[in-house]
Ligand binder design. Structure first.
Ligand code: CAA
Length: 381
């Protein structure tokens, strides 16, 4: 097929941030009295990223944004939009973008908002940044897009070994690091697979059903892409890497298995596809666990640093509820010097690996505290 149309704008800068604590799932299994193979082999998990006391989703988002801003040739006065995808909302009204913009000192002629659609929210924020810039509404301003989450489940919940935390920030301006295709392939179906009622601290999950929803969305998004390319073989030939939302690595393997069933791949073909194009994308995800909105973009930023200019990367986003979208990116020349690798290296080097007992103590303090308004809130008026 002829080259797909791309946005004139794209990803100009990237920053990542991971929190200061880590816990191996072996340690979690030990203190929970569960066979560690269930977490490592059964779910494919390795390490959970955790916030220390007082460390919040706002801190993660601010640090990722600062890193993206530092390595960009514009400054805060060039930002005309801040959109934050998250499912770690701190308030029912005040968007997470306001908490982050306040710390950054970003105000004035700026569109500022939070995007919610479970783990899909970061992707929607990114698409909106691109579409806003492309539409001309942005003028000469750039968008700051952040995907940030602290993913915690209730203690001893089946999701506990899949927890994680992290943030990815993008500046949407010139396509220095990556271009994005205008055409993407969305699929949604209202479902209660994973949700968090207002006022509850932890999600409710219909575990097995959530796997089915994810697998269905994978198949239906890939089928749309394949139709435009004349078949799945042409899709595989076009892309160097296929990144997925990573609730836990084995979920991604199941998604690939579903594609294998849909396209009648042999077991070996399915494994080859996974090992070659998918497994390497999850190197950082395995170190941090599920970071909800940031999860897919952690895999994508890993791959932007791993492939040469012109390489094509597919990005499958999934958010419970459910909504999904399959995007295509092209690696641009600036990614030859992937400055954001330093974020990952420094955060992983600096983080403290805690024992299972330390984790239990951390959890014993109760639900994560919300970032609240200063008292009295009217003092700001
Ligand atoms: N050695 C090796 N493997 C073992 C084992 C052992 N000792 N014990 C169990 N296993 C295997 C099981 O066979 C199973 O593998 P298969 O699925 O391939 O059969 C796997 O380990 C998990 O075991 P269970 O199914 O018994 O685990 P569980 O029911 O306790 O929890 C889960 C699994 C429901 C997925 C749970 O982790 C969960 O609720 N996670 C959160 C929901 C989630 O991530 N859903 C994914 C789609 S929704 C989404 O994508 C949004 C999002 O980010 C959350």
């Amino acid at each position: 097929m002829s080259n797909p149309k791309q946005f004139d704008c794209g990803i100009a800068s990237i920053g990542l941030k991971f929190p200061s604590l880590g816990l191996s799932v072996d340690e979690l299994a030990r203190v929970r009295g569960i066979d560690p193979d269930k977490f490592t082999i059964g779910l494919g998990c390795e390490t959970i990223a955790l916030c220390a006391r007082g460390e919040t989703v706002v801190d993660l988002g601010v640090d990722a944004a600062r890193r993206a801003l530092e390595r960009w040739d514009g400054d805060l006065s060039d930002i005309g939009m801040i959109a934050v995808g998250t499912e770690t909302a701190q308030d029912m009204s005040r968007p997470l973008s306001a908490f982050i913009a306040e710390q950054l000192g970003l105000d004035g002629a700026v569109r500022s908002y939070e995007v919610k659609h479970a783990c899909y929210g970061g992707t929607l924020a990114l698409r909106q940044g691109l579409e806003w810039k492309q539409s001309g509404a942005a003028g000469d301003k750039a968008a700051l897009v952040i995907a940030a989450d602290v993913a915690l489940y209730g203690e001893q919940d089946g999701g506990e070994p899949t927890q994680g935390a992290g943030a990815v920030a993008f500046i949407i301006d010139k396509p220095l690091l990556a271009s994005v295709d205008v055409r993407s392939f969305a699929w949604s179906k209202p479902a209660f697979d994973f949700w968090r009622p207002v006022g509850e601290s932890y999600p409710r999950v219909e575990g097995k059903f959530s796997l089915d929803c994810y697998n269905d969305a994978t198949q239906f998004c890939f089928e749309q892409l394949a139709e435009t390319r004349g078949g799945i073989d042409a899709v595989i030939a076009e892309y160097e890497a296929f990144c997925f939302h990573v609730p836990f690595p084995k979920m991604v393997r199941k998604g690939v298995n579903r594609l294998g069933e849909a396209y009648a791949w042999s077991k070996e073909e399915s494994s080859d596809f996974f090992d070659t194009y998918v497994d390497p994308t999850m190197d950082w995800n395995r170190m941090v666990g599920n970071c909800y909105t940031a999860s897919l973009w952690i895999a994508v930023t890993n791959q932007l640093a791993a492939h040469k200019e012109g390489s094509r990367i597919a990005a499958f986003s999934y958010g419970s509820g459910y909504g999904a979208e399959l995007l295509s990116l092209t690696v641009e020349a600036g990614a030859k010097h992937p400055a954001w690798l330093a974020d990952v290296e420094s955060d992983f080097a600096a983080r403290k690996m805690i024992s299972g007992e330390d984790y239990l103590e951390l959890r014993s303090e109760g639900k994560p505290k919300l970032v609240t308004a200063p008292e009295p809130a009217v003092a700001n008026l």
